[in-house]
Design a binder for this molecule. Sequence first.
Ligand code: HEC
Ligand code: HEC
Ligand code: HEC
Ligand code: HEC
Ligand code: HEC
Ligand code: HEC
Ligand code: HEC
Ligand code: HEC
Ligand code: HEC
Ligand code: HEC
Ligand code: HEC
Length: 486
Amino acid sequence: MKLFNRNLLYILLTVIASPLILFATQDQCFTCHNDLGDNASNLFKEDVHYKTGLSCAGCHGGNSNSDDMDVAMNKSQGFSGVPKQNRVSETCAKCHSDTSFMKKYNSKISTHQLESLQKSVHGSLATNGKSMIVQCTTCHNAHGIKKVADPRSPVYPTNVPQTCSKCHNNAGYMQTYNPSLTVDQLAKYRTSVHGKLNANGNSKTAQCASCHGSHDILTSKDVRAKTYKLNIPKTCSSCHSNKSYMKEFAIATDQHDKYKNSVHGKAVFEKNDLSAPVCNDCHGNHGATPPGLESISKVCGTCHALNAQLFSSSLHKKVFDENKYPECETCHGNHEIKSATEKLLGVSEDAICSKCHTESKNTKGYFVAKKMRRLIDNLQIADSNAKNSIFLAEQKGMDVEEAKFKLRDIHQSKLEARTIVHSFEEKKFKEVIAKGNTASKQVITEANAAIDQFYFRRYGLLIATLVITILIISIYFYIKRIEKNQ
Ligand code: HEC
Ligand code: HEC
Ligand code: HEC
Ligand code: HEC
Ligand code: HEC
Ligand code: HEC
Ligand code: HEC
Ligand code: HEC
Ligand code: HEC
Ligand code: HEC
Ligand code: HEC
């Protein structure tokens, strides 16, 4: 009997208390505002914070247990009203920069969004002179905030381009900050392979935030920026070298490995040479697409102007276009471009010309290639001969500075020859080589003259010594004879 009574008591207590508990835990702010049917509470129903069990008071402060609006929204209860300017981001950071608070929600997301934002380009002072250029709500909204992985979020990958372009597409607005900043990023982006895939709903392709970051965006002049020249290969290859990430796309993932070992990659990574190209110098930034067959030489020609000019006016230009051979790439490759040597030239097996020119196919080019190689080989020999003559003359202690200086002309001719190759004309090539050959002949003549002079001086001295010795001996005997006669 006693036992039954106690159980009944418990049940009774629970029945009486449950509406009270429910009442106490219910968010009175939301309840009342939901009844008002305002925008904030409507949006809040789909908000990640609502789903996490947070109240309107989490951001606005106040007493969420009170159904009396005068109590609930009282300053003495911590109600802070509608945040303005930087207080907006500070409101978010109350939780999002508080690691121990976020841990209570088992959150795995980072806790330095505000810190990063403050240090980013967007953290600088807006034209109002009072607050940062952007607040958290500029990109995430204030009510109805979604998880990043939710396709309805303004920062979901397929929505990011639109979110950033609210400002970056607005010439009037951007002008008030930085008149030199272009506003064509979105338009160009939509012409790229990335931008087209993104417009078709692909969330894995690159969008603004993949290349620039999100909270930590910096100008590309800043050495810490993801878009700083020396950091670009890493930024692009975070996807392009990731085999599993790129699996669904039928595309190679070796660009970075090859590039690293190319003449360009070595210049950038080993010599910190900022004049050599990284990925976006050849592919563009927002229009990142492989250069079309015909535009490759334009891309290379931005730096190798003479080679491109010669190629464009050569006979190859027309036949390459007709046959859809990519211009420079056919002979030099793209990501794995190596230092060019005369080995490329000619008709031996490893030479590039023999790919298309043989004794039976495209024969005229075959013979020209063969001839050109012979010419350059002969110039090499002429160069060694000249150097050898200088060496011999110097060994004999002769001053051959002037001849030595002419060695530069031979070197110059060799350099010019490597470039004039791109005319693919025997006559032009010969003219350049001839300059080197002439210089070589002059060097050899001058060095030989110095050597002749060395021998002339040596034999001259010998004869003079001989003459003097004979003279002395003659004088000696002459004196002896005079003495004898006396
Ligand atoms: C019983 C109803 C009720 C409750 C409870 C209530 N509000 Fe309100 N709230 C209102 C009404 C009505 C207004 C509009 C009054 C006005 O314009 O001054 C309002 C206005 C606001 C505003 C806009 C203030 C401004 O300056 O524009 C905010 C923010 C707000 N409420 C947040 C809260 C929060 C947070 C809580 C809980 C701590 C809460 N409300 C609880 C009814 C309520
Ligand atoms: C995650 C933080 C956050 C939460 C949670 C939140 N708000 Fe807000 N609210 C803001 C911010 C920030 C603003 C300032 C407007 C802006 O920056 O766009 C704002 C503005 C408002 C305003 C002013 C008018 C408007 O719509 O902009 C009202 C009213 C309001 N909130 C009510 C509510 C109510 C009611 C709830 C709960 C149902 C709520 N808020 C929950 C952050 C929040
Ligand atoms: C310029 C737009 C922009 C602004 C401003 C912005 N965010 Fe974000 N935020 C993003 C983008 C884009 C992502 C998703 C990409 C990512 O994960 O980095 C993101 C992701 C997040 C995430 C998910 C976890 C994470 O860090 O990746 C949180 C939380 C977040 N933002 C909070 C904030 C807070 C708090 C602020 C204000 C201090 C803020 N954001 C300001 C664009 C922005
Ligand atoms: C009262 C604490 C609190 C405040 C204030 C707050 N948040 Fe949150 N926010 C959270 C918690 C907790 C989560 C859930 C974390 C999780 O699931 O990992 C969250 C999640 C998010 C997410 C989803 C991240 C994801 O997983 O993709 C975004 C975006 C976000 N908040 C932005 C904001 C913005 C913007 C503001 C200010 C307008 C803000 N928050 C204010 C506590 C808060
Ligand atoms: C509220 C408007 C606004 C939004 C939204 C915005 N930006 Fe900006 N952004 C600016 C302004 C203004 C500047 C110019 C700052 C200056 O130069 O003083 C800027 C500067 C930049 C710069 C540096 C430009 C340079 O080299 O000087 C980059 C990069 C950039 N934003 C990218 C983004 C990306 C990516 C997003 C989206 C995730 C984004 N922005 C969203 C307004 C915005
Ligand atoms: C594939 C990578 C990539 C994507 C995607 C991308 N950017 Fe860029 N962006 C760059 C690089 C690299 C630069 C630096 C160019 C330089 O310094 O020569 C840049 C420069 C900028 C600048 C500085 C001004 C300029 O044009 O030089 C702004 C602003 C900018 N991007 C905004 C955006 C916006 C907005 C989006 C999305 C619509 C976007 N970017 C998408 C790589 C990218
Ligand atoms: C977020 C991941 C990601 C980043 C970062 C990224 N890409 Fe891409 N990129 C892709 C995906 C995915 C494709 C689509 C592949 C396909 O379907 O061909 C692609 C396609 C391309 C293509 C066209 C390939 C073709 O022939 O179809 C080029 C060129 C390219 N990216 C260059 C770059 C450059 C340069 C950068 C750095 C400035 C970069 N990408 C950064 C993911 C990325
Ligand atoms: C010297 C110029 C140059 C540089 C530097 C360069 N590329 Fe390329 N890239 C090309 C050319 C040319 C093509 C081929 C175009 C064609 O044949 O249609 C190409 C093709 C591609 C493709 C298409 C798939 C493929 O492999 O053919 C991707 C993706 C790509 N590059 C990404 C990159 C990335 C990432 C980097 C930096 C690590 C980079 N590129 C550096 C010139 C360059
Ligand atoms: C942004 C400028 C730039 C672009 C674009 C560029 N290059 Fe270069 N290239 C350089 C520089 C600088 C070097 C010298 C690197 C070194 O050796 O230090 C170089 C070296 C070379 C060499 C080796 C030269 C030698 O002396 O052996 C070849 C071949 C070459 N580039 C071909 C190309 C081709 C083909 C393209 C287009 C697909 C291209 N380059 C695009 C700047 C560029
Ligand atoms: C038909 C093959 C072929 C084509 C097409 C070609 N090259 Fe070359 N290139 C060569 C050969 C062969 C050499 C080496 C000559 C030597 O060292 O004797 C060379 C050398 C070079 C060099 C190093 C010498 C110098 O001028 O500094 C550069 C740079 C170069 N090429 C760039 C280019 C560019 C840019 C294009 C496209 C406009 C291009 N090449 C097209 C065959 C070609
Ligand atoms: C990708 C194929 C290809 C490569 C590689 C190539 N050529 Fe050609 N070349 C052709 C074609 C096709 C023609 C036009 C057919 C012809 O006239 O024989 C041509 C024409 C020529 C001609 C003009 C012949 C005439 O009729 O006046 C010369 C000279 C020439 N090539 C030299 C070279 C040299 C030197 C090399 C190596 C540095 C080379 N070619 C590499 C395809 C190539």
